[in-house]
Design a protein around this ligand. Sequence first.
Ligand SMILES: [Zn+2]
Ligand SMILES: [Zn+2]
Length: 76
Amino acid sequence: MMILLLIMLIIIVYFFIKEYKLCTCFEEDVKKCTSCGYKVKEEYIYCPNCKERLKKECENCKRLIDINWRKCPYCK
Ligand SMILES: [Zn+2]
Ligand SMILES: [Zn+2]
């Protein structure tokens, strides 16, 4: 009986880890061009596929921020 319980626990932990890894993977991949859906890197300023602008310069601190962000996360 104890062994069965242990196996169940291992299976649960295994699935939990698997799911967790999938989640982090998905989040890493989620950055896409807003215009064409082309996968872009976090630091890209323009989409290499459709030339859409992905970043804008904050008027206050001059840092490059996501074009969709309504508020610069670096400024007060
Ligand atoms: Zn694009
Ligand atoms: Zn700023």
